[in-house]
Design a protein around this ligand. Structure first.
Ligand code: ANZ
Ligand code: ZN
Length: 813
């Protein structure tokens, strides 16, 4: 007996496949293409079980597509720039580059242990100069086409460390610095942005895309389209004060105005007596994050500026307040407050004793009275106390109000999006330098394309000094102006790493191409991505950025089509055996290397497919992985071990073929649908059936051989090594991974049918042809539904229905 030894088999086949270039995918115009992309890892040090859970079923599906006749591209790479490298480097006193590339080496080895069909010739690493040269090139294209611009924008700043902080470095309710605990402040810096908002409307459309409903919903919320009106009030001094409102029909109910503390008019409207209080409030408000400020839980606070505004619809004079629940980053940063109909304004009004005036009367409510309200009434309804529009019914109020402000020339219909322009600048070292130069004479000048990449220097002080490392570099920062040759300075910020990951699927096409970001021939053949798999946590940032990137490039003339990725599927999450998120501090982390050592990669792969609905995930199960391992061992021995003889009959053959082809049908469908768990369970069941047939003497017959061949082909995407080894041991030609997917023999897969007599009160009245394995309940339903039976029952309810399995149904009534 040959013993199943996964460690030996797996390394042997991996070497052979690599040597033979078995998974190289090259352009082949004679085959339909399939670009299967799975999200690339960040080189944090080690692969975790979550990577295996995301990638190995994706690999199985890519393999399935290949066996189905597609030319499949399934590449892999590393999203290698980013803050963790700097943090780890500081902690361990090792250069971020060294740390990153060490981790890449280790993780590449781990990825190879999956036995996946990655085409490693196409590996792309975003921190390689040959990669970020093109990240910089894209930046310049965006700049040249008016999609990149610079403006002052606040960053979180630690006054003790004297440095900007990334979002994940600010901790706690009080928003303190991760390193030293000092409360952070906001600091305004000139920063680069991409005009994502220009594509807000198009990003809401998903034509021809097969994306999960959940992801689309999250994106739609993130983009946050609101339809309303912009209305121009004025301050008492005569400055226009524009607001965005979704309820222009409440304009007559405005009892005060609120400006965001950062609003440019705050200084001007504030009276001398109120100045000290206003200044103090502004100082504390701007420290908070927008998320905190928007929280509905938070008690509303604010101060009166002493200034007044004039309502354009009725000339009323209303007080101007500032409050932190109004954000400078949304709409115009100023609101008209209608406490009777907006809950935030209501809470504010009650707290500060401001009037509440009802201007909307919903049809189904008692007449409202502002003083008696205990909460706002945000519903639609008939307009009341609204001057010329009084009496307008709720379903016309919005349109009527918009028309009215347009007529008096004080506003117009407006749409607002929550989506912000994409802030690209990072005051960091380990990223792609923004390829811009500042010249005293010429201003902002992009680095000429033939001078790219702007190399990230190695010899920098990356330990914290309070300044961006590139700013401190003695020579790098100073350069000559590409346009006048005079003295100039480089931009010292680097790019957000989401920029690198917005186009990695394009770099895979030709990772060493040096005439452009990708070889157009490769693009025309492989793009768009047919199937993209990865975590749902990327629903908003990455998956919006990459869609924006593609559309922007399309308009510049770099890419084609409207979307980069046609189909998207998200896996769930693997938790620890305790059902908690895996984390080092909980001590519930499952190390894939260790699992591979214990059971082999095939078992780990098959278990991750078998143990969970892929889209859902769940807790790690030690016992279940052992069960999967036993199944593979069993398959190994009963495929290879000769049986003792015996002679199978026709019924055994028929039954075996039926089960084989039924399994093939369901496995095929489940691969299409990403239902990996039922693929493995169907294979387990078929193994049971095969072992029964073997006991009945089927071993070695043509029907047995057909079963074995189909079995191994179905197993190949799931457990590629054992399938290849058994295939070879059975003397079949190398490689199983180049075989085509078997076809279902529908005739063989058909359920056996039987004919049942149906009696009513002892007389046969009908016959039913049904599948042999039909259950009692279905039979009874079918029998009672028969027109003949109904005729002879003459409307009576049957008193008794008896099913004699395989023979007859007897109805008494
Ligand atoms: C008056 C009003 C009356 C409003 C009413 C609502 C109900 P969405 O749907 O999110 O777009 N708003 C406008 N700009 C704001 C800002 N910068 N910070 C905080 N709130 C702001 O919400 C739009 C509504 O949110 C606007 O309509 C405005 O309040 C407020 F019965 O105007 B409304
Ligand atoms: Zn110049």
């Amino acid at each position: 007996v040959r013993i199943y030894n996964p460690a030996e088999i797996e390394s042997r086949w991996q070497e052979r496949w690599e040597k033979d270039g078995l998974y190289h995918s090259d352009i082949d115009p004679n085959k339909p293409k399939h670009y299967a992309l799975t999200m690339l890892p960040y080189p944090s040090g080690n692969l975790h079980i979550g990577h295996w859970y995301a990638m190995t079923p994706s690999d199985a599906r890519a393999r399935f597509m290949r066996m189905r006749g597609y030319n499949v591209l399934f590449p892999m790479g590393f999203d290698a720039f980013g803050l963790p490298a700097e943090n780890a480097a500081i902690k361990r006193n090792i250069h971020p580059k060294e740390w990153t590339y060490q981790n890449i080496d280790n993780m590449r080895r781990q990825l190879k242990s999956m036995g996946a069909m990655f085409d490693w010739r196409r590996e792309a690493i975003s921190s390689d100069p040959e990669y970020y040269r093109w990240t910089q090139w894209f930046f310049i294209q965006f700049y040249k086409h008016g999609l990149a611009y610079r403006k002052m924008s606040p960053v979180d700043w630690c006054p003790t460390c004297n440095t900007t902080l990334a979002r994940e470095q600010v901790w706690g309710e009080d928003r303190h610095c991760e390193r030293c605990g000092t409360p952070v402040i906001k600091k305004n810096l000139e920063q680069w942005f991409f005009k994502t908002t220009q594509y807000a409307e198009e990003l809401l459309r998903y034509e021809g895309m097969d994306w999960p409903e959940k992801v689309r919903e999250m994106q739609i919320n993130w983009i946050g389209k609101s339809e309303g009106a912009s209305v121009i009030f004025s301050t008492e001094q005569g400055d226009p004060l524009e607001v965005f409102t979704t309820r222009p029909d409440t304009l007559w109910g405005v009892t005060f105005m609120v400006l965001a503390p950062e609003h440019p008019l705050v200084e001007k409207v504030t009276t001398p007596e109120r100045k000290a209080e206003v200044d103090a409030y502004v100082a504390q408000a701007i420290r908070q994050s927008d998320i905190q400020r928007e929280s509905t839980e938070k008690e509303k606070t604010g101060v009166f500026t002493g200034g007044y505004a004039i309502n354009p619809v009725n000339g009323e004079r209303v007080p101007i307040w500032i409050a932190d629940y109004v954000l400078m980053t949304y709409g115009t940063g100023a609101i008209m407050a209608v406490p009777a109909h907006d809950q935030r304004d209501f809470e504010f009004a009650r707290k500060y004793g401001l009037p509440v005036r009802v201007v909307i009367q919903p049809e189904d409510m008692e007449p409202l009275n502002g003083d008696a309200l205990t909460e706002a009434v945000p519903a639609k309804g008939k307009m009341v106390n609204s001057g010329p529009l009084t009496g307008t019914p709720g379903d016309q109020s919005f349109e009527a109000a918009v028309k009215y402000v347009e007529q008096i020339g004080k506003g117009k219909r407006a749409v607002n999006y929550r989506l912000r322009d994409w802030l690209i600048s990072r005051q960091r070292y380990w990223g792609a330098p923004i390829p811009m130069v500042y010249c005293e004479k010429c201003g902002v000048v992009p680095v000429p394309e033939d001078q790219l990449p702007v190399l990230l220097p190695d010899d920098v002080e990356w330990r914290p000094t309070g300044e961006s490392p590139l700013k401190l570099h003695p020579t790098w920062r100073f350069t000559t102006c590409p346009s006048c040759g005079g003295k100039a300075e480089r931009e010292t910020d680097t790019m957000d790493t989401f920029m690198c990951s917005s186009w990695y699927h394009l770099r895979y096409l030709s990772p060493h191409y040096d005439k452009g970001p990708f070889d157009p021939k490769e693009y025309d053949y492989w793009m768009p991505v047919d199937t993209y798999t990865g975590g749902a946590e990327h629903a908003t940032m990455h998956l919006i950025y990459t869609r924006f990137f593609h559309k922007a490039c399309r308009d510049i003339g770099i890419t084609k089509g409207n979307e980069p990725m046609i189909q998207l599927r998200n896996q769930g999450q693997i938790l620890g055996p305790d059902g908690q998120r895996m984390s080092k501090s909980r001590g519930n982390v499952v190390d894939p290397d260790e699992q591979v050592r214990m059971y082999g990669a095939d078992t780990v792969r098959a278990f991750l497919m078998f143990g969970y609905r892929w889209a859902e995930g769940g807790p790690w199960g030690t016992e279940n992985i052992q069960g999967v391992n036993r199944w593979l061992r069993r398959v190994w021995s009963f495929f290879l071990d000769e049986a003792d003889g015996g002679k199978a009959d026709e019924a055994t053959f028929k039954r075996l073929r039926r089960k084989v082809h039924q399994t093939l049908r369901s496995v095929t469908r489940d691969f299409e649908e990403f239902e990996f768990n039922t693929i493995v369970s169907a294979l387990m069941e078929l193994a049971n059936e095969m072992s029964r047939a073997k006991q009945n003497g089927a071993f070695g017959t043509p029907v047995w051989d057909e079963a074995v061949e189909i079995y191994l082909k179905m197993l190949a995407p799931v457990a590629p090594h054992i399938a290849e080894e058994l295939w070879a041991q059975l003397g079949k030609p190398y490689s199983i991974h180049q075989q085509s997917w078997p076809l279902v023999d529908e005739e063989a897969a058909k359920e056996e049918e039987i004919t049942l007599a149906v009696q009513v009160n002892g007389k046969v009245r009908d016959r039913l042809v049904v599948p042999a394995e039909i259950d009692r309940e279905t039979v009874e339903k079918l029998a009672l539904a028969s027109p003949a039976v109904q005729k002879f029952l003459e409307g009576r309810t049957p008193r008794q229905v008896i099913y004699v399995p395989g023979k007859l149904v007897s109805i008494v009534g």
